[in-house]
Design a protein around this ligand. Structure first.
Ligand SMILES: Nc1ncnc2c1ncn2[C@@H]1O[C@H](COP(=O)(O)OP(=O)(O)O)[C@@H](O)[C@H]1O
Ligand SMILES: CC(=O)OP(=O)(O)O
Ligand SMILES: [Mg+2]
Length: 401
């Protein structure tokens, strides 16, 4: 069975084509700057090298079409015909309380995802455009949606409710949902396989630190709390998102500046976080470089960023009455040793003792803590796409029966 996995962002499409007989990746790449000038696709070639192909993609429909064209291209692809693709799996960030499990796409599912656009404004619009583009270009091909909030659906009400009038929850579904669930699920399960322990006995804190970033408390295999909330804006400080902020600061600023809700939401999602503090970039590699060159705001942003991760680790150790494993994953978590080192320093009281040499590593399954550390700190490179491909295979096969 061949499965195409698509992660359609607001201006990007990441794709991976799998042969599910051995879960090998047949083709992969990513389109960027969709809807903007100078759009391009970066394709990983068979020898592992990457090539950038400039191509105008005014919308996701053209983006998906170009990705599909590349899959049947003799140089960049590996298929003779798109008919060889048995199913397409999509990452969907917000399923709200409509979707707590992966599902086969029907017109009702599409409508449900559309109704949730306001609760993941940066993400759901692109996902829907991707689903519809596949519908139009590969009619009849089964599609499966895998939701970022699904793994967090085990949180108890006392963790997911906000302390506002209860009707806000019953009428408007305002509550904590949590995101990056596919990643938190993958790394919490994988770290237990890696360490040879039973997940049902472990208290795990998973740190998914990428451009979007979140922490989850996974107790005995189930999420009991996570840092993102109603939308992916809450919790940690991120590339361009504020993370936690006093709601009064938001209403105060709206009064003072005359900004409306949409404009304010744009500021909090796109102009805040590391970008907002430094004025340099939302890309953590650039911030690390600027810090090394003595830029004070970059230094401050890193201190804020790491301090907030540390606070969530402490909070979730308290929530679980201890912690056995801390996992680091995603772009920053896998590549930036300084972030891991700072966020895990000063946690000796919890039984965390990092090993500097082991921590000097990138994107590899590896223990980062010292042998005598009570808590195992481990890096597990995330693989959201394989989880999506497996769910897609399972649902499509079950439907055939
Ligand atoms: N070698 C690297 N490759 C990719 N991202 C990296 C690397 N080192 C650091 N990063 C940082 O990781 C972040 C992107 O993480 P990623 O998990 O890809 O985010 P997202 O999936 O939310 O786009 C950026 O801030 C980037 O600077
Ligand atoms: C939910 C979320 O923040 O996703 P991403 O990290 O891909 O932006
Ligand atoms: Mg990501």
């Amino acid at each position: 069975m061949k499965i195409l996995v698509l992660n359609c962002g607001s201006s990007s499409i990441k794709y991976k084509l799998y042969d599910m007989t051995d879960e090998s990746v047949l083709a992969q790449g990513g389109a960027e700057r969709i809807g903007l000038d100078e759009a391009f696709v970066k394709v990983t070639l068979k020898d592992g090298s990457k090539e950038k192909i400039m191509h105008d993609m005014p919308s996701h429909k053209e983006g998906v079409k170009f990705v599909l064209d590349l899959l049947v291209d003799p140089k960049y692809g590996c298929l003779k015909s798109l008919d060889e693709i048995d199913a397409v799996g999509h990452r969907i960030v917000q399923g709200g309380d409509l979707f707590e499990k992966s599902c086969i796409v029907t017109p009702e599912v599409e409508k449900g995802i559309e109704s949730l656009i306001d609760l993941a404004p940066v993400h759901n619009k692109g996902h829907l455009a991707g689903l519809r583009a596949v519908d139009a270009l590969m009619p009849g091909t089964p599609q499966v949606t895998v939701f970022d909030n699904a793994f967090h659906s085990t949180m108890p009400p006392y963790a997911y409710l906000y302390a506002v009038p209860y009707e806000f929850y019953t009428k408007w579904h305002v509550r904590r949902y949590g995101f990056h669930g596919t990643s938190h699920r993958y790394v919490s399960q994988r770290v237990c396989e890696f360490l040879g322990v039973d997940i049902k006995t472990q208290k795990i804190i998973t740190c998914h630190i990428g451009n979007g970033a979140s922490v989850a408390a996974v107790k005995y295999g189930k999420v009991i709390d996570t840092s993102m909330g109603l939308t992916p804006l809450a919790g940690l400080m991120m590339g361009s998102r504020s993370g936690d902020i006093d709601p009064s600061a938001v209403t105060y600023l709206m009064q003072k500046t005359g900004m409306g809700p949409q404009e304010m939401a744009d500021f909090l999602n796109k102009q805040s976080g590391v970008l907002g503090i430094t004025g340099i970039s939302s890309d953590m590699r650039e911030i690390e470089n600027a810090d090394n060159e003595g830029n004070e705001r970059a230094h401050l942003a890193l201190q804020m960023y790491n301090y907030r991760i540390k606070k969530y680790i402490g909070a979730y150790a308290a929530a679980m009455n201890g912690v056995d494993i801390i996992v680091w994953t995603a772009g920053v978590g896998e590549n930036q040793e300084g972030v891991r080192w700072d966020a895990c320093s000063g946690l000796e009281y919890l039984g965390v003792k990092m090993d500097k040499e082991r921590n000097h590593v990138r994107s590899k399954e590896q223990i980062l803590s010292a042998d005598d550390s009570k808590v195992k700190v481990v890096m597990i490179p995330t693989d959201e796409e394989i989880v999506i491909a497996r769910d897609t295979r399972d649902l499509v096969e079950a439907q055939k029966k």
